[in-house]
Design a protein around this ligand. Structure first.
Ligand SMILES: Nc1ncnc2c1ncn2[C@@H]1O[C@H](COP(=O)(O)OP(=O)(O)OP(=O)(O)O)[C@@H](O)[C@H]1O
Length: 215
C-alpha cells in the first residue's frame, strides 16, 4: 500500500538458484513495487519475504548484502575511475586478492574495458547503465534484482545483457527482472509474470505467456 493506494495485490513468488523470473506489464502495473519488496528495500503491508529461509527486512543489512540490485539510481563515486569504483565495490563486499580479476572480468563482460580509466561522469547513459550492472557482478550475490536493466542500452548492448544474465543463471544466481522488452524476457526467463494494475494476470513459461496478450 502507498497510503490509501494498493499498488500490488497479494503475490506468491519463489525464486530459485539458476532460474530467472521476468516481470512484464505496463507503466504503473506494480513491477518496481514488487522488486523493491523482493530485495528488502520496501516492507510489504502484509506478508513476508524470505531469502534462504531468513525473513528479509529493510533493517537486515546482512541478509540484504546477498542481493545485487540494479535499479534506476546512480551509485558511484564521481572522483573514482570506472575501474577504481568497481574495485572499491568488490573490496567493500569482502573481496581480497581476487578483486583485480573480478573487476577485469566485469569490465569485459559489460563492455567497459575501453572506459576503465574514465570518470563515470564522462560515460554515456548506456555506458553508465553498464557500470551499474558491472557493479553487481563484482560482489557476492545469491539473488540479482534488476529493474529495467535494458534501459538506455542499444539493441547490440541488449544482446550482451542477455548473455550476462544467462551466465549469471549458470553460475547459480537467482534472477528477478522487470522489463518492457519481450525479447529480453524470451532470452533469459524461465518464468514470466504479467502484472496489470497490481495483479498477476498471466504466469507461466515464456513461450506460453509471450504468445498471449501482455498489454
Ligand atoms: N512511492 C510511491 N508513492 C505512491 N505511489 C507509488 C509510489 N511508487 C509507486 N506508486 C504507485 O504504485 C503503482 C505501481 O507503481 P510501480 O512503480 O511499481 O509500477 P511499474 O510497473 O514499475 O511501472 P514502470 O513500468 O513505469 O516502471 C503506480 O500506480 C504508482 O503510481
Amino acid at each position: 500500500m502507498y497510503g490509501e493506494r494498493q499498488a500490488l495485490e497479494p503475490v506468491d513468488l519463489s525464486l530459485r538458484a539458476r532460474k530467472c523470473v521476468v516481470l512484464l506489464g505496463a507503466n504503473g502495473s506494480g513491477k518496481s513495487t514488487l522488486l523493491r519488496i523482493a530485495c528488502g528495500r520496501d516492507t510489504p503491508t502484509e506478508g513476508t519475504v524470505r531469502l534462504g529461509g531468513v525473513p528479509l527486512t529493510e533493517e537486515d543489512v546482512r541478509t540484504r548484502t546477498q542481493i545485487g540490485v540494479v535499479a534506476d539510481s546512480v551509485g558511484y563515486y564521481p572522483d573514482l575511475t570506472v575501474r577504481e569504483h568497481l574495485h572499491l565495490v568488490a573490496v567493500a563486499h569482502g573481496a581480497g586478492a581476487e578483486a583485480d580479476g573480478m573487476v577485469e572480468s566485469a569490465l569485459v563482460d559489460c563492455r567497459l574495458d575501453d572506459h576503465a580509466d574514465a570518470l563515470p561522469g564522462s560515460l554515456s547513459s548506456g555506458q553508465t547503465q553498464a557500470l551499474l550492472l558491472a557493479s553487481v557482478l563484482v560482489r557476492p550475490r545469491k539473488l540479482l534484482v534488476l529493474d529495467e536493466p535494458e534501459q538506455r542500452l542499444d539493441p547490440f548492448a541488449r544482446d550482451w545483457l542477455a548473455g550476462v544474465l544467462t551466465a549469471e543463471k549458470k553460475a547459480g544466481t537467482a534472477l528477478l527482472v522487470a522489463t518492457h522488452h519481450t525479447d529480453l524476457a524470451a532470452a533469459v526467463a524461465d518464468r514470466v509474470l504479467v502484472l496489470r494494475e497490481g495483479q498477476v494476470v498471466a504466469d507461466g513459461k515464456p513461450d506460453e505467456v509471450l504468445a498471449g496478450d501482455i498489454a
